[in-house]
Design a protein around this ligand. Structure first.
Ligand SMILES: [Mn+2]
Length: 251
C-alpha cells in the first residue's frame, strides 16, 4: 500500500481487477493494479494494463466525426480547468461553448469545418452530436457519478432552469420563449437542434425550462451556462456511490 498516499489525486477514481471495483483509489498519471491486496504502480504503456479493461481513469474523450456536411474533431476533459480552444466557424456557437467549458470546468478543444455556405445548421447540430459522444465516452460506465444535476441560471432578466439525468435515456424538453429569429447571424432555432444532438448522443434526459427572459442572447447564454453547471454536478463523483447510482445496477 505504500504508493497509495503518494499517488492520490483529486476525484474518486477506482482501480479494476478481476471484475471488481476497488473504491477510494485516487489516481491520475498512474495506473494501479490490485493483486492479493498489494498495490503496485505499473507503467501505463504496459500492454497487460492497457488491454485489461481498466475504467476510464482520466475521464477524457476524443471524438472525430466526418460526413459530407461537416468534419469535426473534439477533445474533452471532464475534470478540467475550464480552458477551451473552440473554432467552429460559427461565432455565436464558439462563444457559447467557451462559456460552457468555463462554467463546467471542462477542458474543450474543438475544431469544426462545416458547410457554412449552406447555413449553420449542419455544423451546429453535428457539434452537439460530437459533444454528446464525448461526454458519454468520458463518463465511461458512469461508476460513482452523481447522475443528476440541476441549476437555475440567471443572466440579467433571463432565467433558465436546467434539470438533467445522465441516465442513458435520451429525452429533451425545450421550453423557451425564443422565437425563430437571429442573434447576429445565428439562427436561434439551432439551439434546439444542438441540444437534440447532444441529448441523443450523450444519453441524457435534459429539461430546459426558461422561466422568463426577453433578450435572446441572454436567454441562450443562461441555457448553456446552466447546462454546464448541471453537467458538472451530474458527472462529479460522490464517494458514497459504489458502482452506478441505480437500483437496476446499470445506467
Ligand atoms: Mn454573451
Amino acid at each position: 500500500m505504500k504508493y497509495y498516499s503518494e499517488c492520490c489525486y483529486k476525484g474518486k477514481i477506482i482501480a479494476w481487477t478481476d471484475g471488481k471495483y476497488i473504491d477510494n483509489l485516487k489516481v491520475i498519471g498512474y495506473r494501479f493494479y490490485l493483486d492479493f491486496e498489494e498495490i503496485s504502480v505499473l507503467d501505463s504503456t504496459d500492454e497487460k494494463i492497457a488491454g485489461s479493461g481498466l475504467p476510464n481513469l482520466e475521464r477524457k474523450a476524443e471524438v472525430y466525426r466526418e460526413t459530407s456536411e461537416t468534419q469535426i474533431s473534439l477533445k474533452l476533459n471532464i475534470d478540467g480547468a475550464g480552458s477551451s480552444d473552440v473554432q467552429t466557424g460559427v461565432g455565436f456557437l464558439d462563444h457559447m461553448l467557451e462559456l460552457f467549458a468555463k462554467h463546467g470546468f471542462f477542458d474543450l478543444e474543438l475544431k469544426a469545418v462545416g458547410d457554412l455556405q449552406v447555413d449553420d445548421h449542419h455544423t451546429v447540430e453535428d457539434v452537439g452530436i460530437c459533444l454528446g459522444d464525448a461526454f458519454r465516452q468520458a463518463v465511461s460506465e458512469k461508476s460513482g457519478i452523481r447522475r443528476f444535476g440541476n441549476f437555475e441560471m440567471p443572466m440579467y432578466e433571463a432565467l433558465a432552469k436546467i434539470t438533467l439525468d445522465f441516465c442513458g435515456r435520451p429525452f429533451l424538453v425545450y421550453n423557451t420563449p425564443l422565437t425563430n429569429e437571429k442573434i447576429g447571424t445565428f439562427d436561434v432555432e439551432l439551439v434546439e437542434e444542438f441540444f437534440h444532438g447532444f441529448v441523443n448522443h450523450s444519453g441524457t434526459t435534459l429539461h430546459i425550462n426558461v422561466v422568463h427572459g426577453s433578450n435572446r442572447h441572454h436567454i441562450v447564454e443562461a441555457i448553456f451556462k446552466g447546462i454546464a453547471k448541471a453537467l458538472d454536478t451530474a458527472t462529479s463523483v460522490d464517494e458514497r456511490i459504489v458502482g452506478v447510482l441505480s437500483t437496476k445496477g446499470k445506467l
